[in-house]
Design a binder for this molecule. Structure first.
Ligand code: DX5
Ligand code: ZN
Length: 222
């Protein structure tokens, strides 16, 4: 049976700052806040786990000084454990790391908690998470990548929709309150598909920042 999420479930929209104007990150963060976003998604890339480099803790601290919004830090780095403390000190409210990037998912989860942030666990489109339901009760969020991580502006991969449904079914079966976030190629159409499959947090970069009226784009995703 195909799972279709009730339209009553609440959608949260997290604009990805990767698509903002980097010459004025603080102002962009403020603009996102005024446009009614639920938080800001910040992509951290190390040039190894993904073939691109982005921001470090200093930039996250600058964003944090400019906004009161929840900061959702997405680590696309190897050895995420080594960077957790610095990003939490910089203002990260949730740290999401990739299951593929660490030797110990458990230690990384525990350390994020110890540092006082919420915990997210991310999966690349091709990664099967059949081995990790044991971690589901220890985390706040599962991030299912809907593109290959590394760059904004890519096309949504519809094959991930089935994984979203399976994840939602598993979470409901276990009676857990774990958010499902999707990231990559999200727009008005794909956002709705991901939501209907079970996702409740939509990350969108290109789609939101393409329009000078951020609030219109954010509202269209809800
Ligand atoms: C991709 C990043 C995304 C990216 C999404 O590796 O994790 O957060 O910013 O950008 P769009 O919405 O342009 O696909
Ligand atoms: Zn991201």
């Amino acid at each position: 049976m195909i799972y279709i999420q009730s339209m009553k479930a609440k959608i949260q929209v997290f604009p990805s700052i990767l698509a903002a104007d980097f010459s004025k990150l603080g102002e962009e963060a403020k603009r996102v806040e005024e446009a009614g976003a639920d938080g800001i998604h910040i992509d951290i890339m190390d040039g190894h786990f993904v073939p691109n480099l982005t921001l470090g803790p200093k930039a996250v601290a600058a964003i944090n000084r400019s906004t009161n919004l929840f900061l959702d830090v997405h680590l696309m780095v190897y050895n995420p454990f080594d960077y957790i403390e610095r990003f939490v000190e910089a203002g990260a409210n949730r740290i999401t790391f990739h299951a593929e990037a660490t030797e110990s998912i458990e230690d990384t989860i525990n350390f994020i908690r110890k540092c006082g942030a919420k915990v997210g666990l991310a999966f690349n489109p091709e990664t099967s998470f059949s081995m990790v339901p044991e971690f589901f009760h220890q985390i706040d969020l599962i991030l299912l990548m809907t593109v290959h991580p590394g760059f904004g502006g890519q096309k949504f991969m519809p094959e991930v929709l089935e994984k979203i449904q399976l994840t939602k079914e598993m979470i409901d079966k276990l009676k857990l309150k774990v958010d499902i976030e999707v990231d990559g190629g999200i727009d008005e159409v794909t956002g709705k598909q991901a939501f209907q499959a079970g996702a409740n947090i939509l990350v969108a970069g290109t789609y939101i920042f393409q329009d000078s009226d951020l609030s219109k784009r954010i509202a269209s995703l809800r």
